[in-house]
Design a protein around this ligand. Structure first.
Ligand SMILES: [Zn+2]
Length: 690
């Protein structure tokens, strides 16, 4: 369906919404201009007995959608398993490191029970899941309303949220005997022999069967580092199972998965997961609770998702449509204002997202998500949020540039690897250092209105890396030899690398390098660490051009081997080193310099001069462009706290004829060198020109 921009709502998750309301709802959904609904016919709900499949309710929904000219995304949820299956295979219940097994129950996102499902590493569960996936695919593959199979709501080890809703839970799943067999087989493939494993881990195992998970993470690294890597690859294997099972029955429809809320520093590798699907999607809930997530943070999440998709079409498959909270308690949070929803949608489109589905249409009727996050009230009446969504859809559908346009890519990127994320998890540390560092450097580039791509070191070839003139590497605590070699070659062949303290401090098994930067990267930076401690006070580093940056977190001191001093601590110790390596250049800061917003001007001065945004605005606000053939859209959002008159200077002179503001019909003032208009805080404007 070329040119189809999916614009719709999550509609059905049993038992919501009430059955008697559905005919009226679908009619109203059509009137709002939505062209797709997402439905979740859950496993335990539709496979209540062994070999009994009941898709009657699902079919009614697809028929209703068809009657109204609406397409359907069918979400196949395996995170609720049938109770008969748990009875048949009690050993397949998720089992923690500590040996606790999880019985099936209802949960916030699975009100009809069966949560958190059963372990898909168990052959009996895998077979039953395949049978259900094949049955539902066979049932609906020829239904005219079907648009796409949505195979995983948000990939993660579901049982990990049994103890706490945290990306770094103290207890990790799954350690049932099937999962342990899978882990040991993974270890055998990776290490080849128990001797080799002992060499890497510095252990004395005599047999694979002796390897058991620790009762809980206690601060040791090697076993856990491999366990976490295995867990990421295991999730990707389960994604492949879901996709290939459906594709085996229906090769004619697209297959998509959400990636979830967090796309960089949680327990999964989005690059590995996205490989298996046709399209890749995101959940976005910027206003859970009272605080609204900054627009920059939303950008980081979206651009990380787009990076991991490596050219595949990306969509927002869940966008918050009402007040909500994190699945806990009865607090509902402040519902998003219409201008917030508009800012989320327009910025998503500006980054290149090609579909928006709101979560959700009608409020949930039970569980801790009830009665929230919806664009209707409990009786199904529309709120002003629904009216805003309607208006947004009308504009998006009218202009091809939103369906097919692309943003212009900058040549600045941020390096990413999983080892440093996992080392923090093994160190019983939360992810705040890494998260602040990534967010800080992203914001420095985002404030410049540059498109940013995250570059995964294992999933990006050297040729692809060379497309970036500059790469920033936040808190690169742990690297494999292969990753370090790629970084070396990138700089040697002409790239600019900017890195922070602790570069390659640890290898992939969590062992310290004797020389830091490790893995031979000292040669690239032209220096060696002399000492390291914490930067307790916010010490100022004086750069060689007299500018100052603030030290954060760590205080690494260097001695030179070849590089030049670029900055010193207040006591004269070397804090920043710059080195020419091959045709390229590397700059190393001895602290978490990316974190602080006040350091951003020093960091962005390292950008090559020709890395510039498509348009310049004054004062600086969010300003991005999309182009498609002869069309151009400029998406503006006032990210300042006051009413602002914005001047827009176009670099590309092709597009200065007859611009019009199509979102709110605002007046544009035309001057000789620029256009201008006035925006309230967080207000969006969309300039269209052809
Ligand atoms: Zn298991």
């Amino acid at each position: 369906m070329d040119g189809f921009f999916p614009y719709g709502v999550q509609y059905y998750r049993p038992p919501s919404p009430p059955k008697k309301e559905r005919t009226k709802d679908l009619r109203q959904i059509k009137e709002l201009g939505f062209n797709i609904i997402k439905i979740q016919p859950q496993w335990n709900w539709t496979n209540p007995k062994e070999n009994v499949f009941d898709f009657e309710e699902t079919k009614e929904l697809l028929d209703l959608a068809q009657k109204n000219g609406i397409k359907v995304a069918i979400t196949t949820i395996l995170e609720n398993a049938p109770y008969w299956l748990a009875k048949k295979y009690p050993e397949a219940r998720y089992t923690s490191f500590g040996g606790e097994v999880v019985d099936l129950q209802s949960a916030c996102g699975t009100p009809s029970g069966g949560w958190p499902g059963l372990c898909l590493d168990h052959p009996g569960v895998r077979k039953a899941a395949r049978k259900w996936l094949e049955a539902i695919t066979r049932e609906f593959r020829k239904h005219p309303a079907l648009y796409i199979w949505h195979v995983w709501e948000e990939p993660h080890m579901e049982a990990n949220s049994y103890y706490e809703m945290s990306p770094f839970p103290a207890n990790l799943f799954c350690c049932c005997s099937s999962s342990m067999d899978k882990f040991r087989n993974w270890l055998k493939l990776k290490h080849k022999s128990i001797f080799s494993l002992n060499e890497h881990w510095h252990t004395k195992y005599s047999d694979w069967e002796e390897i058991t998970p620790p009762a809980r993470p206690c601060g040791g690294y090697s076993l856990l580092m491999d366990w976490l890597k295995f867990s990421e690859e295991s999730l990707a294997e389960i994604m492949s199972f879901r996709v290939e099972t459906i594709r085996g029955v229906d090769n004619g429809h697209l297959i998509i998965s959400n990636s979830g809320l967090n796309t960089l520093d949680c327990g999964k590798d989005n690059w590995l997961l996205a490989k298996h699907v046709d399209e890749w999607a995101l959940s976005l809930f910027p206003r859970f609770g009272n605080q609204c997530e900054p627009l920059c943070s939303i950008g980081r999440t979206i651009e990380a998702l787009i990076s991991s998709a490596k050219g595949k079409t990306c969509l927002v498959f869940e966008l918050q449509a009402g007040g909500g909270s994190w699945g806990k308690g009865i607090f509902r949070g402040v519902p998003p204002a219409p201008k917030e929803i508009a800012a989320w949608v327009w910025s998503s489109i500006a980054y290149g997202m090609k579909g928006i589905l709101y979560w959700c249409y009608r409020p949930e009727t039970t569980g801790t998500e009830s009665p929230g996050i919806a664009m209707c009230d409990l009786e199904g009446n529309l709120t002003e949020r629904a009216e805003t969504a309607k208006k947004l859809g009308q504009i998006i559908n009218r202009y091809p540039v939103f369906k097919k346009g692309k943003p212009s890519l900058s040549e600045a990127g941020i390096l990413h690897n999983r080892e440093r994320v996992n080392l923090l998890r093994c160190a019983l540390e939360d992810n705040r250092f890494l998260s602040r560092s990534v967010t800080g450097i992203y914001q420095a580039l985002w404030d410049k209105n540059l498109t940013v791509r995250f570059v995964h070191l294992d999933e990006t070839s050297l040729q692809e890396m060379k497309k970036f003139k500059i790469l920033y590497f936040p808190f690169p605590l742990s690297l494999t030899n292969e990753q370090a070699e790629k970084v070396k070659q990138y700089v040697y062949s002409g790239g600019i690398l900017v890195s922070e303290c602790h570069t390659a401090q640890y290898n992939e098994y969590g062992y310290c390098s004797q020389i830091v930067p490790g893995n031979g990267l000292d040669e690239v930076f032209g220096c060696i660490r002399k000492d390291v401690g914490h930067s307790i006070e916010e010490e100022k580093i004086i750069m060689s051009d007299g500018r100052k940056v603030t030290a954060k977190g760590y205080r690494e001191v260097y001695k030179l081997t070849k590089g030049k001093i670029k900055g010193k601590y207040s006591d004269g110790a070397i804090a920043v080193v710059e080195n020419i390596y091959g045709k390229g250049r590397a700059v190393l800061f001895g602290t978490l310099v990316f974190e602080s917003k006040e350091n951003s001007s020093v960091l962005t001065r390292l950008l090559p001069e020709d890395i510039k945004p498509e348009i310049k605005v004054s004062p600086d606000i969010f300003a991005r462009t999309l182009t498609y053939q002869k069309e151009m859209a400029i998406i503006l959002i006032n990210t300042r706290r006051s009413i602002t008159e914005v001047k827009i200077f176009l670099r590309d002179r092709r597009f200065t004829i007859n611009p019009k503001e199509i979102w709110q019909g605002k007046q544009i003032k035309k001057r000789r060198d620029y256009l201008s208009l006035t925006l309230e805080p967080l207000e969006s404007a969309v300039l269209y020109m052809i």
